[in-house]
Structures are given as structure tokens and as C-alpha cells.
Write a protein that binds this ligand. Sequence first.
Ligand code: G6P
Length: 613
Amino acid sequence: MCGIVGYVGGKEAYPIIIKGLKRLEYRGYDSAGVSIGNTKGIALLKQKGKVSDLEAYTEGREKSGSIGIGHTRWATHGVPNQVNAHPHLSGDGKLSLIHNGIIENYDSIKKALQSKGHIFNSDTDTEVLIHLIENIKNHEQVNLFESVRIALSEVIGAYAIVVMEEGVNNEFIAARKGSPLVIGVGRDEYYIASDASPIIEYTNEVVYLEDGEIARVNCEEVLEIKTITNKIITPYIQELKLSLDTIEKGGFSHFMLKEIYEQPKSILDTMRGRIDTESKEIKLGGISDYEQKIINADRIIIVACGTSWHAGLIGEYLLEDLARIPVEVEYASEFRYRNPIIRETDVVLAISQSGETADTLAALALAKQKGATVLGICNVVGSSIPRLTDGGIYTHAGPEIGVASTKAFTTQVVVLTLMSLRIAKQKGTLSNTNYHQLITQLELIPEKVERVLQTNDQIEKIAKQFKDVSNFLYLGRGYNFPVALEGALKLKEISYIHAEGYPAAEMKHGPIALIDADMPIVVIATKKGNYEKILSNIQEVKSRGGRLIAIVTEGDKTVKELADYCIEIPNCFEELTPLLSNIPLQLLSYHIALMRGCNVDQPRNLAKSVTVE
Ligand code: G6P
């Protein structure tokens, strides 16, 4: 949450920072601001609302200068307004700070500083931090680099920060703990950002700052990095493998729609190089060293949040069904605080698109500390979770920018399928025939997803009929139960319609009381597994006047007679159904949200990367 951008070099900083903030807006968008340094001092410009509101506000105002920092905010401490927006200034106005994270002990620091005469204008923890740095700088008579280092040793919490100083137009100081920061290395210039997307068009050489590291970024010198405990670190420059077109809309009206349509390709990318064309053997290099551990594990604990948690549930079905390993799926936020039993024979698998979700990261750190083998399934290469894990598998879905997760989910499920098949094969819990059939079917999924995407116009028409309702119920059984949860989550995230996902059979134990003509029900009734049982659930809905949208297998006649609307998906093995049945639900949410005038890519109050707990 919160996006950070900085630039120092020979170019005008403002346009670079504004462009970068727009790329990072998925991380937060309730207010934004910049500090630009020039010979006259620091121009501080902030505004409530989106980066475009900031742009409008800065129109005609002084903002020239070749050093600058910018921030797009997702409020934690203090309501979203202009005063609480970042950057924040020190008491004397000479230091300017942007921050992503939470300073947990800000209150005690604030009180101590107030007793020394510091006056605060905002309600933020960030303003406290810049006053603390100022206080150290003035009293200890040390430079900014050292002041920041000392201040951070007093701070409890998570942060990625960048600080600049009035009159010092060639240098800023950056540090991280718990929140990401990447430094782009150009010729006589540096960029800094929460992720690489603002940097990629200028340089592909980057340094990922590690937790507990602090950097002096001076455009006339080499990068200087040390730890907060004052140990010198040699910067490790890596080559970025991100291309610009993957982070742009490419003709689509929204990132979410683009990402829904990218799924055939992203699924292919996830499988690429991992299935031997001849032998059909699956190779997962990132976890091969831990394969025996997985095979012999007492259990696998999957930790995740949000959509990734839903993928985890499908993982549970797959791993138990195919590889016969007991699996528990935990909300990372609950797991980390409930004193869980973790044994050295456990494998803890974190699933996270961003690789930065604070709760997932903390749950994983706890498991690691207790001696479990920790693995990850992540999308963002080089993010914090992959760096903490013993091993892992990248989804390779490409950047996902829409806040509502779509292609990240399907590719997580693909990775879980590959992993389950590989382990099942090695463990001998799946016959050769079944293994080969499943792989062959899996390889057909991208083409089948293409076919599902062709139902878009039909789904748009259905959306028109339901755009004004207040509640939705999603039902599914077996592999399609997590899909029902995910479908409901998608709808509520972007259209603000209350939606619940339920295992279809549980409907009788509560939600059935809600069913009437005003309550649409989405039911996933594909022709495998519990088809007959779900038919009974459909009957129960119909006899209470509920309006039904059904996701069915191509050629289905029975459900068609009962449901008000049917969306067909190609026939496939039950284990692979979520990869198809989920797509119409993504499109349904997208169209309903659009028709209700919602901001599909940046839904209110949400952020893509939740780096605070
Ligand atoms: C936020 C996002 C969701 C995402 C969840 C977990 O809530 O809005 O789309 O599923 O975080 O994020 P992760 O990056 O760990 O998958």
C-alpha cells in the first residue's frame, strides 16, 4: 500500500515522478503529493484524490527541479486529505519524507518530540518520523544519512522511506524494512520506486534494497548502502526482465479487462518450460530440492490472503485429491497470531501475487523460525516472499495492475495443479494413465479459456439484467466451491454489491432464508463431480423464486431448463474446472461494476499490495 517514486539526476523530476505515480496508483489512490528540489528550495505540492487531481492542482505552480520524491497514499493514520498526504516536512521545513508502511511506536515518539517543542500538523505517523530525523540531525550534528539510520534504529514497524533535504539537489536517502523499494541505476541518475514499473522505461539495471538496509543515492557518486546496524553492503545490480507493454493497457479500456483477456497467454507462460513435450514430465526447478520434504511432509499448510487464499483452497483439493497429502489452508492474518502448531516436518506454502502482503510474509517468517520448510508461489519476481522462502515457483503471469486479481489467480491455480501432479507422480498416488490424461487436458486449457472469453457479449447482456440488485449469492461444490467464493469476492470488490460465496449444500443452513425474486444466485453446475447434487440445490432455489445464472458444461440441457441464464464452458476434467468456471465470473463482475459507474481498476478503499497488517 502506498506508492513511492523518486528521481535524482539531470532531467526534470516532476514528469518522471507523476508518470511513475500513475503506474503505482494500484497501491493506493486517496491522495498524492510531490516534493521537488531546486535552487530556491523544495516545492511541496499535495492533493486529496488521485494522481490526476494532483496534476490538475500543480498546473501553473512552480515544480521545476532535477530531484524529487512522490507518493500516492492508502490511508492508515489520518483521513485522506491534503494535510495528511505525503510528502511530510520536518519542523523547519528543510527535510521532506515519503513513507509506505506503519510506524507502530509513533505515539511515544510523538509525545517525546512534543515535549521538546515539536508541533505536528497532520495525524500521520510519517510526520513523526521526519521530525525524529530532524531532531537527531540537529542534536547529534550528523549528516542526513546518519540521522536517518539512527532514527530508524529507534523505530518499530514497517517502512519504505525516501528523504530529501533542501539545498541538497544531488542526493536522497532511502531505507526499507517490510515494504519494498527498488533503485534504478541510470547514467548519472537514479530512480527509486515501490516496484520496477516506474523505472523500466529509463533503465533495466536495478538494485533491490533488502530489509534493514539504508541507501545514500547521489547522482554524482556510486550507490552507497549500509544496514541500519551500520554494516557496509556492496550493491548488487540486477537486470530487470520487465517490458513496458506489459504494464500498459494495450487498447483495453481497463487493466482488469486486459488481464482477464491475457489469461490464455499467462497460463501458457506459467506452464512454459515446465512440462517436457515428449515425456510429459513436470519440472519445477524452484522446489526440486524440497521435493522429498513435500512428499514426506506430515501436512502442507497453505497461508495466504484474499484471492490467493481462494487459490490455496483449490490447492488443498488438488494436493489431497491427487497427491494424498493432508493440507490446511489458513488466513495468514489468523495463523500468525493464534499460536499455531508448526513442526519441522511441516511444509508451509505461501501464495501471494505481490509477494509483499504483510500478513503472509509474517506468517511465513513465523513458520521459518519454527523450523518448517517454507515455500512460495508468487508472481512478482524478487519480491519479499520469494526472498524469504527456501524455494518456490513463480507464476510468471506478468504484471497484474488491476486491483481485483484475475490472471494471478488462474496462474496460481495452474502452479498448484503442476505441483500436485508432480508430487502425485513422484509419490505414486496417481496412475500413469491418469497423470498423462490430466497433463494433456491441462495443456488444452489456454485454448479453452479463449473459448470461454467468447461468452463476453452474452455475459455483458446478463450483467445488464442484474446491475441494480443489492445482493448476490454464489454457489458451488467441490472444486467449484472456492470458485464461488472468488466470484463473490470479485463482485463485491469492484461493484460494491454485497455478495456471498457458499458451498451449495450449506445453502440450506442459512442463506436459503434470503432467497426471493430479488436475490440472484450464481451457481456453478458443471457436469462433473457433484452434478446431480447441485441440480437439487438449483431446484431448491427455483422453488423459492430465486433468479439463477448458471455456469454449465457445453451442451448441458438439464440446467438450461431450470436456470434463467446459462453460460457454457468447455468440457474438462473436474480438477481443472476452476480454470474455466472462474472466467465468466470475472467478466460478470467487470461488466456489472462498469454499468454501475464504479472505478473497476481502482475500487474504493482497496489496494493491490497490502503491506500493512
Ligand atoms: C489485496 C488485493 C487482493 C489480493 C490480496 C492478497 O486484498 O486487493 O487482490 O488477493 O491483497 O494479495 P497477494 O499479493 O498476497 O496475493
